[in-house]
Design a protein around this ligand. Structure first.
Ligand SMILES: Cc1cc2nc3c(=O)[nH]c(=O)nc-3n(C[C@H](O)[C@H](O)[C@H](O)COP(=O)(O)OP(=O)(O)OC[C@H]3O[C@@H](n4cnc5c(N)ncnc54)[C@H](O)[C@@H]3O)c2cc1C
Length: 457
């Protein structure tokens, strides 16, 4: 098996050949900047609605080599965020978003089947468990009518017999995928549909032109009626959106195949599992019998930088290895096949948004906050409708042009975020060890709430 510099498992899916960069001047109906799920689904939905449309995708590196190809593969509905959505938008709008998010989980599976993309889609639901008494409130708050079932600790452990699992909730409308297989499959199907995708084509400038917008790369330019900006953690490099995000990181470990451990745990239902921390752990099985285990507690990045320790942080990986064995003691001494990380576009509301930039004839989508696999499909559908100026039910959902929420400017942002992150790490580790968190960490951990920033789902 081949792997790249990060050692991530996309090599298993067979990394496709690189596409040529943009050179010269081009015209298109829609130009999409960013070849992750959001950009690729946008292109897909534009072509689904308008098969003759001329769609250009500009990807700075290679499609699917960002977080879209190397995430945990949880295809989540928004059910675990239901209470927060209701508080923010009221019942009717929250319900509309929740229903669309649930439909998306199924739509993704149906797409894989119809397009014969073997992305290892499995609809096994998500178990969100308490691994310390202090997490109880979060899990209980997430209960959402018939969609989510309360689980006693015994019921949770019947799904997966981890000694750290307490009670929790079970959300039905969640699936898992192999992220790179999905991203590469989508890229391939788009090429077959006639989208023009240019890799190694970072957008370095945008300007309004009479018929819309011109997007420039190092060696070429595309003029289009509308642009869709889907650059995730790099959104802060776009001047009008500079202070809309904080960038943090998440890391993942993937074991060698461990069918014996899965059998001992009784973990055979394909459930995605997360704990109810703010800096949550997330874990799942894979079709080839591995356990994938991630932690959303990686370091924060200054500005929109997303290299270095955002990508691979040895210290964080070592911490995750210890947590993995605490969750599943049978893994002591077993080989870890891969470890990798990636940037997370953390929105101050914990919810993603689509924002119109009328002066540029552009729409931008960002702020998935570690939950983008399912939502990017819904956002792609919405962005396509907006780009084609065909308003419908999805374009009226409350994530389109919500009231702007900003984060403090740099260097204040990185200083504050790093202090709060460290406090949360200490507080949640103490809670899990059955200790009382120290007063300073506990106090600092309440700061985001006092500042109106939302750090839990
Ligand atoms: C370790 C990790 C685990 C995760 N686990 C999950 C999970 O289990 N479930 C879940 O729902 N979400 C998860 N996420 C989040 C999820 O991966 C993202 O929300 C989702 O992939 C976002 O898709 P995107 O297309 O918006 O962004 P990306 O995949 O980041 O794509 C953006 C693309 O834009 C390109 N780009 C940037 N700047 C430019 C430019 N100027 N010009 C051209 N191209 C540019 C980048 O190269 C990149 O390919 C995880 C993220 C990480 C890092």
């Amino acid at each position: 098996m081949r792997h790249d510099a990060h050692g991530f498992w996309i090599a298993e899916a067979g990394s496709p050949d690189v596409l040529a960069p943009l050179t010269g001047d081009h015209r298109a109906d829609v130009v999409v900047v960013g070849g992750g799920y959001t950009g690729l689904w946008t292109a897909w939905h534009v072509l689904a609605a308008e098969p003759d449309a001329d769609v250009v995708v500009l990807e700075g590196g290679r499609c699917g080599h960002g977080p879209s190809g190397r995430n945990g593969g949880f295809v989540s509905s928004m059910d675990l965020s239901a209470p927060a959505l209701r508080r923010a938008y009221g019942d009717a709008d929250a319900q509309a978003w929740l229903a669309a998010a649930r439909e998306t989980v199924d739509a993704l599976g149906a797409w894989c089947e119809a397009e014969r993309v073997d992305a290892w889609y499995r609809r096994g639901g998500e178990l969100c468990v308490r691994t310390a008494p202090a997490q109880g409130r979060v899990a209980a708050e997430a209960v959402d009518g018939e969609r989510v079932l309360g689980q006693s600790a015994a019921e949770a452990r019947a799904r997966c017999a981890s000694p750290v699992f307490g009670d929790g909730v079970f959300v039905r409308a969640v699936a898992t995928v192999h992220p790179a297989r999905l991203a590469f499959g989508l890229r391939e199907r788009l090429l077959a549909r006639g989208a023009r995708i240019f890799e190694g084509s970072r957008a370095v400038g945008m300007r309004p032109v009479p018929a819309g917008i011109a997007v420039r790369t190092a060696r070429g330019e595309v003029r289009a009626a509308t642009a869709v900006l889907a650059v995730n953690a790099s959104t802060g490099t776009l001047a009008p959106l500079r202070n809309r995000l904080t960038v943090s990181s998440s890391h993942i470990l993937c074991t060698e195949p461990v069918p014996d451990v899965l059998e001992a745990l009784g973990w055979d239902g394909g459930e995605a599992i997360s704990d109810a921390r703010s800096l949550l752990h997330y874990t799942r099985t894979t079709r080839d019998g591995r356990i994938l285990f991630g932690w959303a507690g990686g370091r924060m990045a200054a500005g929109a930088r997303s290299r270095g320790r955002m990508e691979v942080d040895r210290q964080v990986v070592e911490q995750i290895r210890r947590d993995l064995v605490r969750f599943f003691p049978q893994l002591e001494g077993r080989r870890m096949a891969h470890a990798w990380g990636g940037p997370i576009d953390v929105s101050p509301t914990h919810r993603p948004a689509i924002v119109g930039l009328p002066a540029l004839s552009a729409w931008a989508a960002f702020g998935f906050t570690g939950n983008g696999v399912g939502p990017a499909h819904l956002f792609g559908r919405t962005l396509a409708a907006l780009a084609l100026d065909r308003r419908d039910g999805v374009t009226r959902l409350p994530f389109v042009d919500p009231p702007p929420r900003r984060v403090p400017p740099e260097p204040l942002r990185i200083a504050g975020a790093a202090v709060i992150r460290r406090a949360l790490v200490r507080k949640e580790a103490a809670e899990e060890a059955g200790r009382r968190p120290d007063a300073i960490s506990a106090g600092l951990a309440t700061l985001p709430g006092l500042l109106g920033l939302h750090v839990v789902r």
